[in-house]
Design a protein around this ligand. Structure first.
Ligand code: GTP
Ligand code: SPV
Ligand code: MN
Length: 582
C-alpha cells in the first residue's frame, strides 16, 4: 500500500476485496499520469479526440443516454435518526443502506482497475480546506477529478499529516437506472455511489463531499458549505470586494462568476475576477467577517448557452485541455452546442447524424470540464490560504414573475428568510420535469446533508459567531414579459445590479424601504448605455402587493413542512413583511 495512513490503507484493501478489482492504482497527479490516462481513454473509445488544430488536448465523452444528470430521487442521506435528514432529503437507515450498497459493490470491479484518488478541496495549505479520497473504477472520473480538485501526492501528504479524510466509493456499475444509488453517511463522513458515471453523481468531491457531507460537518464546526459562486469586484477607487451568490443548478452561477462588465464600466476601471463558480466554504475570521474559499480547482460548466456574447470568458477557456461531455460536433470535429453560433452540427450528443427531429444536438445538461487556471478572469486570490472576505451574499432563482430584479434584506435574519424561501424553475441539471417552480432554499434543496430547519437555525446562529456578516440580497435575472421574452438583458449587464449592491455595502447607494425589503428606485440603477425602456425597469423594481401576499402565504405553508426545527426568527421576519403588505 502506498500510504502511511493505516485507516486509508485498510479501507482500500477492504474495498479491493469487496469489489474484487484486478488491480489497484494510486493516482499521483503528475502530468505523465494525465497523459497516460488520456491515451487509454482514447484507445478504449471512452474519449473521442476533437479537432486538434482548433482544440488541442480536448476530448469528447458521450455518456450512456440514461445517465445524463444528477438523480435526486436516488440520492439518500443516511443518518441514524430519520428526522435528522429532514423532509428535504430521502432517507435510508444507515445499516440497511450499507448492506444494499455492499451488495451492489460486491465483485463489481472484476476485470477492472480500482483507482485511488486522494484529493484536497481547497488550496493545499488552507486551514479551511478538507481532504477526501475517492475510489472509483472509472478512468473518466479520474480525469474529471484531476481537473476539478487538487488531487494526487500533495493531497495524500496532507491526509497523512492530518489523518482526517472523507471516504468516497464509486463504481459506474452497469449504468442501469434501477441499480443506481448515491448514498451519504454524514455521521461517518462516508459516500457510496453506484451506477452512474455522470457529474455530481460520480465526481464525489463535488456535490457529495463539498456540499452534502461538508454542510453537515460545517454545522458541527461553525462554518458554512454553500452552493455559491464567488466573484471579486474592484471599484474604480480600488476597493476590492468579494461577493458570494447562490443560484440553483443551471441558473447562472458560472455566468455571473465570469461576468465581463459593459464597456463604460471597463473604461471607468471596474474589474471582475472569478474565485469560484459553484461551491463556497465560508468561516468567520478574527475580524468578524466571513472568509471564503472555492474548494474546487476547475469548472464543470453547462455548455448550452455559452457563447461570445453571453460568457466570453468561459468560451475562451474551452479551446484547450478541456473534457466535453454530451455536446454535439461539427463536420470538422469541433465541439458544438445550442447557442454557440449559427453553424449546423453534423453529429449529435448520442453520436447520431444530426437531425433536428431528434431534439437538441447537445444534451441540455451537456458540460465542459476545465481547470480554473484556464479562465482569463481567474483571481489569484483563489489560491490564498486565508480565503477572501465576503461583502455580500446574493440569493437568486428563475422566476418568470413577481420576484424583483434586486432586493436587500432588512437584516441578517430577514436575509436568512429570503434565502430559505427562494423558489426557482427546475432545469435539466437533474433528471425530472423542467420548468416547475419549487422552493430551493439557498439553492441547496438537492445538496443539504441534513434537516433544513436545523440548517436555517445554523444560518441564523452565524450572528453569534461573526459580528461583521455580509449584507444579503436577492436577484432575479429571469423575469418574463407577456410574450415570454426576458425583461432584463442579463449576463454582462448584471454588472449594473452588482454596482448597486456594492454601493449598498459601501454606504453610497440609495434604497427605499418596501414591504419585502430595501430596494432601489429605477434612478438608483446605472442605466448609461443600456438599451431598455424605462417602464420595463420600473416593472422589474415594483412590489406587487397581491402577488406577495399570496407568495408569503405559500412561504408560511412551506416553512410549516419543516416543523418545530424552523427557527422562530424566520416566522418573525415573515410576520413583519406581512404587516407591511397590509
Ligand atoms: P450549475 O453548474 O448547474 O450549478 O449551473 P450554473 O448556476 O453555473 O448556471 P450557468 O451559469 O451555467 O447558466 C445556466 C444557463 O442559464 C445557461 O444556459 C445560461 O446561458 C443561462 N443564463 C445565465 N445567466 C443568465 C442571465 O443573466 N440571463 C439569462 N436570461 N440567462 C442566463
Ligand atoms: C449542479 O447540478 O448544480 C452542477 C452539476 O453543478 S453537477 O456536478 O452534476 O451537480
Ligand atoms: Mn451547481
Amino acid at each position: 500500500m502506498s500510504t502511511s495512513n493505516q485507516a486509508l490503507a485498510n479501507w482500500v484493501k477492504d474495498v479491493a476485496e469487496l469489489t474484487q478489482a484486478d488491480d489497484i492504482y494510486w493516482c499521483n497527479g503528475s502530468p505523465a499520469e494525465e497523459e497516460s490516462f488520456n491515451r487509454q481513454l482514447l484507445e478504449d473509445g471512452t474519449y473521442k479526440r476533437l479537432n486538434e488544430e482548433t482544440h488541442p488536448n480536448c476530448y469528447l465523452h458521450l455518456s450512456d443516454p440514461r445517465d445524463v444528470a444528477r438523480v435526486e430521487h436516488l440520492t439518500f442521506i443516511c443518518t441514524n435518526k430519520k428526522n435528522d435528514a429532514g423532509p428535504n432529503n430521502h432517507w435510508m437507515d444507515p445499516q440497511q443502506a450499507h448492506e444494499k450498497m455492499d451488495g451492489l459493490f460486491k465483485g463489481c470491479m472484476k476485470g477492472r482497475t480500482l483507482y485511488v484518488i486522494p484529493y484536497c478541496m481547497g488550496p493545499i495549505d488552507s486551514p479551511i480546506s478538507r481532504c477526501g479520497v475517492e475510489i472509483t473504477d472509472s478512468p473518466y472520473v479520474v480525469q474529471n477529478m484531476r481537473l476539478m480538485t487538487r488531487m494526487g501526492d500533495e493531497a495524500l501528504r496532507r491526509i497523512e499529516r492530518e489523518g482526517d479524510f472523507v471516504k468516497g466509493l464509486h463504481s459506474t456499475g452497469e449504468l442501469d437506472p434501477d441499480r443506481r444509488f448515491i448514498m451519504h453517511f454524514p455521521e461517518e463522513r462516508v459516500i457510496k455511489s453506484y451506477g452512474s458515471g455522470y457529474g455530481g453523481n460520480a465526481l464525489l468531491g463535488k456535490k457529495c463531499h463539498a456540499l452534502r457531507i461538508a454542510s453537515y460537518q460545517a454545522k458541527d464546526e461553525g462554518w458554512l458549505a454553500e452552493h455559491m459562486l464567488i466573484l471579486g469586484i474592484k471599484t474604480p477607487t480600488g476597493a476590492q470586494h468579494y461577493v458570494a451568490a447562490a443560484f440553483p443548478s443551471a441558473c447562472g452561477k458560472t455566468n455571473l462568476a465570469m461576468l465581463i462588465p459593459p464597456q463604460g464600466y471597463l473604461q471607468d476601471g471596474w474589474e471582475i475576477t472569478t474565485v469560484g463558480d459553484d461551491i463556497c466554504w465560508m468561516r468567520p475570521g478574527e475580524d468578524g467577517r466571513l472568509w471564503a474559499i472555492n474548494p474546487e480547482a476547475g469548472f464543470f460548466g453547462v455548455a448550452p448557452g455559452t457563447a461570445k456574447d453571453t460568457n466570453p470568458n468561459a468560451l475562451a477557456m474551452l479551446y484547450q485541455d478541456t473534457i466535453f461531455t454530451n455536446v454535439a460536433q461539427t463536420a470538422d470535429e469541433q465541439p458544438w452546442w445550442e447557442g454557440l453560433d449559427d453553424r449546423v452540427p453534423a453529429i449529435d450528443w448520442q453520436g447520431r447524424p444530426y437531425d433536428p427531429a431528434n431534439g437538441p444536438a447537445a444534451h441540455p445538461n451537456s458540460r465542459f470540464t476545465v481547470s480554473a487556471k484556464r479562465c482569463p478572469s481567474y483571481s489569484s486570490a483563489s489560491e490564498d490560504a486565508s480565503g477572501v472576505p465576503i461583502s455580500a451574499i446574493i440569493f437568486g432563482g428563475r422566476r418568470a414573475s413577481l420576484v424583483p430584479l434586486v432586493n436587500e434584506a432588512r437584516n441578517w435574519n430577514h436575509g436568512v428568510l429570503m434565502g430559505a424561501t427562494v423558489a426557482s424553475e427546475t432545469t435539466a441539471a437533474a433528471t425530472g420535469k423542467v420548468g416547475v417552480v419549487r422552493r430551493d432554499p439557498m439553492a441547496m434543496k438537492p445538496f443539504c446533508g441534513y434537516h433544513f430547519g436545523d440548517y436555517w437555525g445554523h444560518w441564523v446562529s452565524m450572528q453569534d459567531k461573526a459580528d461583521n456578516l455580509p449584507k444579503v440580497f436577492t436577484v432575479n435575472w429571469f423575469r418574463k414579459d407577456d410574450n415570454g421574452g426576458f425583461m432584463w438583458p442579463g449576463f454582462g449587464e448584471n454588472m449594473r445590479v452588482l454596482e448597486w449592491i456594492i454601493g449598498r455595502c459601501q454606504g453610497t447607494a440609495e434604497a427605499h424601504e418596501t414591504a419585502i425589503g430595501l430596494m432601489p428606485k429605477a434612478r438608483d440603477i446605472n442605466t448609461e448605455d443600456l438599451d431598455m425602456d424605462a417602464d420595463v425597469l420600473e416593472a422589474l423594481l415594483a412590489v406587487e402587493v397581491n402577488g406577495w401576499q399570496k407568495e408569503n402565504q405559500s412561504v408560511a405553508d412551506f416553512l410549516k413542512e419543516y416543523g418545530d426545527r424552523v427557527p422562530q426568527e424566520l416566522y418573525q421576519e415573515l410576520k413583519r413583511s406581512n404587516q407591511k403588505l397590509l
